[in-house]
Design a protein around this ligand. Structure first.
Ligand code: LIP
Length: 269
């Protein structure tokens, strides 16, 4: 079977994520959601997170039975095709529980360890972001580009905070250093959408520590295909749940300045 193109994988991801996002939109903020706690009392998972993950896995493997899958809610299958799907059924679950726009379905395809396709569907904002490696990025089918801001002092920056109170205290200390030296901060509550907003110019930059691969895989490709630079404060590879690793994403003119500011802020925190 010929290897699928990045475009083929993007189009399949868009089809299955769009269908799954309808379930997310229909249940967002519902009063009868069954909310359980995961890593801490404030780290939620609902029956809808699990239902949507099962739907995504069934649809992806239905179309491509030999692929691998890894998902936030436990999906973990080794494939034989060289393609692995990285899925977050509901990124921004706190936003989902409260019915706040930004909760999204994030699906990425990796071929031989390299992410080549990514889709983020944010139904409450009516946004579908998509990218294939080497083919650029789109929002609702229209090409997008990151901003050209250079100076951190005039940059609008997104960030986020974990579920562990001790980690939140460290993130708050870092924010106290960053905030006076940027235009302003936005906290959307979903890493995949933060990265997509850098891609479409709604943010000039973004940084966050302690993310898992399913939080950033699709959004990082979308941001880089929109011209942004995506990396880590210490230059190490993008993290897969490595503690203290911090993702940074920004336009090429801003990236170094933001990375250095975040490095200084997180070093002392
Ligand atoms: C969320 C991330 C967000 C972060 C939250 C949480 P989840 O992922 O998208 O950026 O600040 O703490 O990790 O848990 O909703 O999939």
């Amino acid at each position: 079977m010929p290897q699928p193109t990045p475009g083929d994988l993007r189009d399949l991801a868009l089809e299955v994520a769009t269908a799954a996002a309808e379930v997310v939109a229909a249940r967002a903020g519902a009063h009868d959601l069954r909310v359980e706690a995961k890593s801490t009392a404030t780290d939620p998972v609902t029956e809808v997170d699990r239902e949507v993950e099962a739907r995504l896995v069934a649809a992806l493997l239905g179309a491509r039975p030999d692929d691998g899958v890894v998902g936030e809610e436990g999906a973990d299958r080794v494939g034989t095709s060289g393609v692995r799907w990285i899925i977050d059924p509901i990124d921004g679950t706190v936003d989902f529980v409260y019915g706040i726009p930004g909760c999204n379905v994030s699906v990425a395809a990796e071929v031989d360890g390299v992410v080549v396709a990514g889709v983020v569907v944010d139904p409450l904002h009516r946004d579908s972001f998509a990218a294939a490696r080497g083919e650029g990025a789109t929002r609702n089918g229209v090409r997008i580009r990151c901003t050209g801001v250079v100076d951190p002092a005039s940059a609008l920056i997104g960030t986020g905070f974990g579920y562990d109170p001790a980690e939140r205290a460290r993130q708050a200390a870092a924010l106290a250093v960053v905030l006076p030296r940027v235009r302003d901060i936005r906290r959307i509550g979903a890493a995949a959408v933060d990265l997509c907003w850098v891609a479409c110019g709604r943010l000039d930059g973004y940084y966050e520590r302690n993310l898992k691969v399913w939080d950033w895989a699709a959004g990082a490709l979308i941001a880089s295909e929109a011209g942004a630079v995506v990396g880590t404060v210490d230059g190490s590879p993008l993290p897969d749940g490595l503690p203290d690793a911090c993702i940074v994403a920004a336009g090429p003119g801003l990236y170094d300045g933001l990375r250095d500011l975040v490095a200084e802020a997180t070093a002392t925190a």
